[in-house]
Design a protein around this ligand. Sequence first.
Ligand SMILES: [Zn+2]
Length: 348
Amino acid sequence: MEAFLHRTMRLDKAEMSIHRQILCHRYIGVEPNSWQMKMSGFVHSVIYQMPPQTFTFRFGQLRTKPPGAAGARGAKELPSRSRRATGELIASFPAMLQACLNGGLQKTAHSAVPVSPDELARDAAAVRAAGANELHIHARTAEGAETLDPAAVADALLAIRAAVPGMPVGLGTGAWIPPSGRLRHEHIRSWSTKPDYASVNLNEPDALEVIDILFSQGVGVEAGLWDQKDARRFVEYVDFKKCLRVLIEMIHESPASAVAYARRILEMLRHCKCALPILLHGQGNTVWVCVELARSEGLDTRVGLEDGLTLPTGEIAPNNASLVSAALHILDPIRSAAETKSRSAASP
Ligand SMILES: [Zn+2]
């Protein structure tokens, strides 16, 4: 594998050792993540500095741990669709586009925001068809309020997984979600059906406790950084390398300052030799500038009604799938054109 990294990626020895660790961590199954996420994490981490293009990797000599192996809740077998013949996997860049379907948004803000498990499942299928790789959702009560209650979480996850088998899905864990603050820890500890990962805001007082609880539950962690203070707290956290990825979340700033803040956080993470995959996203009027920056920096990104209702043209998006299509058009015009072609070929 080192020879592969050295020859194909032209990485130096120090980088190879980092990426080899990531490979083992993400792909072999130390983390309880599904295979797509490990692949995107690996692919992204190994070649995050390379320009957008398509590579083919052959993993015929790799072995995944069998499901249930020590230290792995779900080191799943690769789906046969992707294992055919030599075990060849094709990674296209950017490695990962996540769809954030609902956040805390109500239908009064946008009629197409998915709230019930059925609506989430339908939207998951639609965004996958539009080119999204992963999902981020906020579970809801029957009344539509955000919740981390185990039954509501299970209902949402089971419906989504039935609709889009194998598509990684994560949950928001914001401290505002009832019963809020540390009272929500018990809900997280009690999840019987677990997300593939959950996001944690590093600016919340109990962030490190929530991360520890998620680790103990075998749930991957997305560490959400809003500014350099969060980034500092994150890299000083002893187990930060065990996280699945970093989210750089530009949520309060104008487009110009979002870019400047994001670059400063990126610089700090790189200075601290943080080799985790990075997902950059904006909110409101910073969504599309962050997608552009993610593309130019080779980072993962996300779009969806949670982050912003408008398309790059400024029009209100009809639904999540249209936001994903617009993002894909910016991130990967070749893949976008191919997906549009196959969709129109499939429709009568
Ligand atoms: Zn969220």
